[in-house]
Ligand binder design. Structure first.
Ligand code: SF4
Length: 265
């Protein structure tokens, strides 16, 4: 396994994001892909280290030094996602605070919610301006099929942690759903869960790009796979027409603002 502890940077982009303008990425993991899920659609490919154990992957000083050398001034928002699940990094709270202090830009964390039952993680995440929590399944069977979690993680524990976090967090909170043909028929049940969680917004995604077999450093950003020799796999997507139907159904059943990846094109 290659060691990325020195190069390249923990900060990448900014990339033009369909929702937020120019988004600068922060990768607190960097050494390979590390996540408590191994989602069938993951843009990082098959996850190399599937774990639920928090660790220090990259020192905060290194992240701040990379940030200072980056084009952060050209960014509208700073997004923590990178090479896996950002809450697995024990310095998430510290880097969120330091980056905010230094840039004054909006900060955003994308999480799969597996550690939200942990009080320390919730308190660290409260330093973000925005938090997006993934919700792709309505039952444990679908959860195991789509998200393929680390042993012992259940949808029930994620929902319970998410609801507690929702009450404690005063920033903008949204639920991100990856729609695949496999969970398409579960929109009504997903709406019931959304009504229990009560996010500020629902974001709909569907895999619009083929995904690589396995992680390589560029897979954490918006990489042009067509130019690479990496082996890619296609996933069945939800087409625009069907996405609009889902969007309308969620809007009607939850009364929430719903945004869709199809709005970008
Ligand atoms: S939670 Fe995110 S990083 Fe982890 S496997 Fe799923 S899509 Fe990939």
């Amino acid at each position: 396994m290659r060691d990325y502890s020195e190069t390249p940077s923990t900060v990448y982009g900014p990339v033009d994001s369909w929702r937020f303008g120019f988004s600068l990425g922060v990768d607190l993991i960097l050494r390979t892909s590390v996540c408590s899920f191994n989602c069938v659609y993951c843009q990082l490919g098959s996850i190399q280290e599937i774990t639920n154990e928090r660790q220090l992957f990259v020192k905060t000083e290194r992240v701040m030094s990379d940030l200072k050398k980056s084009d952060w001034q050209k960014s509208d928002i700073i997004t923590f996602s990178g090479s896996g699940e950002p809450t697995l990094a024990t310095n998430l709270g510290e880097t969120l605070k330091k980056i905010k202090e230094y840039t004054k830009l909006e900060t955003h964390v994308l999480t799969n919610g597996t550690l939200l039952e942990d009080k320390t993680v919730r308190s660290e995440l409260c330093n973000a301006d925005r938090v997006s929590v993934k919700l792709d399944a309505v039952d444990e069977k679908m959860f195991a099929t789509v998200n393929r979690p680390f042993n012992g993680i259940t949808l029930g524990s994620i929902l319970s942690g998410t609801k507690i976090f929702r009450k404690e967090f005063h920033g903008f909170f949204d639920t991100q759903i990856m729609f695949l043909p496999a969970n398409r028929k579960m929109t009504a049940q997903l709406c019931d869960l959304i009504n229990e969680i009560k996010p500020d917004e629902v974001q709909l995604n569907t895999p619009k790009r083929a995904y690589p077999s396995s992680w390589f450093i560029e897979s954490r950003g918006r990489y042009d796979y067509k130019k690479s020799k990496v082996k890619l796999h296609d996933l069945k997507v939800i087409e625009r027409e069907e996405a609009v139907e889902i969007e309308n159904e969620i809007r009607q059943k939850t009364g929430l603002v719903v945004s869709s990846v199809y709005a970008e094109s």
